[in-house]
Design a protein around this ligand. Structure first.
Ligand code: SF4
Length: 354
């Protein structure tokens, strides 16, 4: 859900660049939204709009690593070559211990590039899009690269897949972690049986030396599930539940969260796509804001972020500003008015921030 990971695979960059040279004129991938960018705005310098067709053009540099690589090439020649080489690239990648530590999409997950968590845990992978926030889903983009690669965890691309063999991972992590649940899916997708969600919650309850962050866009389904499982009680404090709010239309999710029997509630406003106005923060314990990252990153206006920061200040809700976004998550940093905002929920006080 929602987050983005930088991924550096220096060993194959040269190969990738060589493969893609022929195809550079064809490296456009359609974006779903055209942005109207005010001239005075802070604009991602690597974002370019192609007039007339609503597409953004991928640009390449050595530093961009695997993300935005020639695997998205539309050129037939290079696509064919890449298809042939993809399994070998997988072998190269999977043999690199540095990649396996990044927590990208279901490789080892005890570290992650996501600023507001320590680790990712994906007992489910794959999803389907439900709202504007999903349009450039990084998880889908990542997983689909490996569709058809035999033996790869994403051999089936972004198809919804239950992964019971991963259920005990948090129980095996001795050191306490802040664990983002299903960074590559949505636990409350309608095709995930509640019996399986029960197993995920069983593990989270047992592994109470960790903090878990469950984030969903299926907020009404989460509310219904939690009301059933925790009838007459509440979700334990080490299991935080949150909803994504990318635009005003998604504000209804906040109400669903407020109606859920949860002790620690959070909002993830990433990618923030418009001003949210006056958000009701009653019963909310943490707000994360971030701009979109990736080849089709959409514009984020600083005034929208400042509005939310000020709202959080007024309500004394911890505020975490993750990133401005851009081609890569760190393209434009995370300074807001010269400061970095990394506040965490009160229950987390005293623990070292991620
Ligand atoms: S809800 Fe599913 S499709 Fe949408 S951003 Fe999250 S993981 Fe991607």
């Amino acid at each position: 859900m929602g987050g983005r990971h930088p991924l550096q695979v220096p060993a194959i960059i040269q190969l990738d660049v060589t493969l893609s040279r022929q195809s550079q004129r064809h490296e456009s991938t359609p974006c779903n939204f055209r942005n109207s960018l005010p001239a005075s705005s802070v604009v991602n310098p690597i974002w370019q709009e192609s007039p007339g067709n609503g597409a953004c053009r991928l640009q390449r540099s050595r530093g961009q690593g695997f993300v935005g690589s020639g695997l998205v090439a539309r050129n037939v020649t290079s696509s064919c070559v890449i298809s042939i080489l993809r399994p070998f690239l997988f072998v190269i990648i999977s043999g690199r211990s540095s990649l396996s530590r990044t927590g990208i999409g279901g490789f080892m997950a005890d570290r992650t590039g996501i600023e507001w968590t320590d680790a990712t845990w994906n007992p489910v992978t794959g999803c389907t899009k439900v709202s504007r926030g999903c349009d450039n889903c990084y998880a889908a983009r990542f997983a689909e690269r490996f569709r058809g690669v035999v033996g790869h965890p994403y051999e089936s691309g972004f198809d919804l897949t239950l992964r019971p063999e991963r259920l005990d991972q948090p129980l095996r992590w001795q050191r306490s972690r802040l664990v983002f649940v299903n960074s590559m899916s949505d636990l409350f997708h309608k095709d995930v049986p509640w019996e399986f969600v029960d197993r995920v919650f069983d593990v989270m309850e047992e592994a109470d030396h960790h903090f878990f962050q469950v984030l969903t866009k299926r907020s009404s389904l989460m509310r219904n599930y939690l009301l059933r499982r925790y009838a007459g009680s509440t979700v334990p404090k080490h299991i935080w539940c949150g909803v994504s709010v990318e635009d005003r239309k998604a504000l209804s999710r906040v109400k669903h969260l407020q109606d859920s029997p949860v002790e620690v509630r959070f909002l993830s406003m990433e990618p923030l796509l418009e001003s949210l106005g006056e958000v009701d923060l009653s019963g909310i314990h943490w707000v994360i804001v971030g701009g979109e990252s990736g080849p089709c990153a959409r514009y984020i206006d600083p005034t929208w972020v400042v509005e939310i920061r000020d709202l959080c200040d007024g309500r004394q809700v911890p505020f975490f500003f993750k990133q401005w976004g851009g081609f890569r998550p760190k393209s434009r940093g995370r300074d807001l008015g010269g400061e970095k905002y990394s506040e965490m929920p009160g229950i987390f006080a005293g623990r070292q921030s991620p």
